[in-house]
Design a protein around this ligand. Structure first.
Ligand code: NAP
Ligand code: MG
Length: 488
């Protein structure tokens, strides 16, 4: 009997769109500077626009602070430090910080939506990671404010004074929390500058801080470009600079403050190794690789951007990895189904495209997800490069996008050497079934954080920071607090 020819039908399953509503949020047309407890116009009268990178729509205009404005903000912070904050009891300081944390929680949904609109990151991450972690940082440091003598036993603890803080665009609200919470808990006052492409949640935080009744000038939030940041760094009356951003700007800052007596913590770039040993639980490791590189579009300083797979399991890991990468939903960051959102800016998209071209030109093999990218907005398909060498540009330099390089290794000693052969030293991941292998690797990898059988786990109690060109100083935990105190 002749076989009936089977009709080929392919069913493509799509999730129904599940966009988060924006009806409950208010974004004003224009934002001023928050200085001395008031929203004030910039002295030069200039404003610049911030955009939604997912649609290229303009969201708002924010003030462009010049040197005069920074001088005003530093003077307000100094006055608040001398006259109010240094005289406020630690228990009172704690109450303010707790109040800010609770108000942020109450407005969590609003903060998450604004973060997604301004930064392009997916709502699932801003809602479930950025905003809760930011609140937790305030809660955690509020707890320390009146226990400094236990944090640093047998030492006299004094605040530094005025802290100048400059943050990047990848975790805008979270970075503001990492900076402001420990500074206030230790008794300092603050002048903070968010990144030019993502100022809105810091300005919402200014509104919350204002409503919380924090004394005028204790926290000042100033928006602007790189020269606004430089004006903070170069101001004579700033006692400490806390900077998170690129290694290039970190070096400029280090030169600028050399010999001034200003204290500094620098949280800079990274090129972290994610290491899969032959006894690793493969499916979990694949999830860890995906999370390590595609979380927040790869705009993560500690992204697991260099994958090392032991040769005997390389074929299966790479096969599963490609298959999993193909399932990632790329698109509207406000949709709760979306896994990978928009690239933060046109400039960053150009940088990523430049590195993808370099990768191809240097002979690496590219694998890209065949997802459909939206017409408007800045998007990049998740990308994996195999056939790379330790000396490849895309292995050596930070791309800060959804681009992973894959290398293989035979022995543990070999992978330790390769993983450490980088100018950076921020983070690493190790995947294995054996505790002894974890201990061996974690002690030998030159990285501030090493995750075992997980990746991108953050907690306010645990210190974070790097070695070498990834910077110095730690944020989070007691280490983060010690960066804001003088111990006598
Ligand atoms: P960036 O260009 O260094 O900018 C960071 C901040 O510094 C921004 O607010 C920027 O203002 C300001 N700035 C620029 N030039 C300045 C100058 N000369 N003096 C003082 N401030 C200046 O870095 P990014 O591109 O925003 O952020 C990405 C980088 O941050 C990556 O390298 C990433 O690895 C790193 N990062 C590190 C960590 C960590 O914890 N180690 C965390 C997150 C990100 P504008 O926005 O106006 O340029
Ligand atoms: Mg923006």
């Amino acid at each position: 009997m002749a076989k009936k020819k089977e009709k080929k039908t392919t069913i493509e399953w799509d999730y129904a769109p599940a966009p988060e509503s924006t009806s409950h949020i208010e974004v004003k047309d224009r934002y001023d500077l928050y200085i001395g407890g008031k929203f004030v116009k910039p002295s030069g009268g200039k404003y610049f626009a911030t955009y939604n990178p997912a649609t290229e729509d303009k969201l708002a205009e924010v003030a462009y602070a010049n040197e005069k404005d920074i001088d005003k903000a530093v003077k307000a912070a100094r006055k608040a430090y001398n006259e109010v904050w240094s005289k406020t009891t630690p228990a009172e300081r704690a109450k303010y910080i707790y109040r800010i944390a609770r108000m942020m929680q109450e407005r969590a949904r609003e903060l998450a939506v604004i973060e997604t609109l301004d930064a392009g990151k997916v709502i699932r991450e801003s809602r479930d990671v950025d905003v809760p972690l930011a609140c937790n940082h305030f809660f955690y440091y509020a707890g320390w404010a009146d226990k400094l003598e236990y944090a640093f036993p047998n030492r006299e603890v004094e605040a530094l004074g005025v802290a100048g803080q400059i943050i990047p665009w990848n975790f805008p609200l979270l970075m503001a929390a990492w900076k402001i919470a420990p500074a206030l808990a230790a008794g300092n006052t603050v002048v903070l500058k968010p990144a030019e492409t993502t100022p809105l949640t810091a300005l919402k935080l200014a509104e919350i801080i204002h409503e919380a009744g924090l004394p005028a000038g204790v926290v000042n939030i100033v928006t602007g470009y790189g020269d606004t940041g430089a004006a903070i760094v170069n101001h004579d009356d700033v006692d400490k600079i806390a900077f998170t951003g690129s290694t290039g700007v970190g070096k400029i800052i280090q030169k600028a403050i050399a010999g001034t007596g200003k204290k500094a913590t620098l949280e800079l770039g990274g090129k972290s190794a994610n290491i899969i040993l032959d006894d690793a639980p493969i499916d979990q490791a694949v999830e860890g690789i995906i999370n390590g590189i595609f979380f927040n579009q790869g705009h993560v300083c500690c992204a697991g951007s260099r994958l090392f797979v032991q040769e005997s399991v390389a074929d299966i890991v790479i096969k599963k990895l490609k298959r999993r990468m193909d399932t990632l939903i790329v698109g509207n960051p406000l949709d709760k189904n979306t896994d990978v959102g928009a690239i933060n800016s046109k400039e960053q998209l150009d940088t990523i495209a430049k590195y993808i071209k370099i990768g191809k030109d240097e002979g690496a093999t590219i694998h890209q997800s065949n997802c459909k990218l939206p017409k408007n907005g800045f998007y990049c398909a998740p990308t994996i490069f195999t056939d790379v060498a330790q000396s490849s540009t895309i292995v050596q330099e930070e791309i800060f996008g959804p681009v992973l390089t894959v290398q293989t290794f035979r022995t543990v000693d070999e992978v330790i050497q390769k993983a450490n052969n980088t100018p950076y030293g921020l983070a690493a991941g190790v995947w294995t079934d054996k505790g002894s292998r974890i201990f061996n690797l974690t002690t030998k990898l030159n990285a501030g954080v090493v995750w075992a059988n997980t990746y991108n786990k953050f907690d306010p109690t645990s210190p974070f920071g790097g070695y070498k060109e990834s910077g110095f100083g730690r944020e989070g935990g007691l280490h983060g607090l010690s960066a804001y105190v003088k111990l006598k």
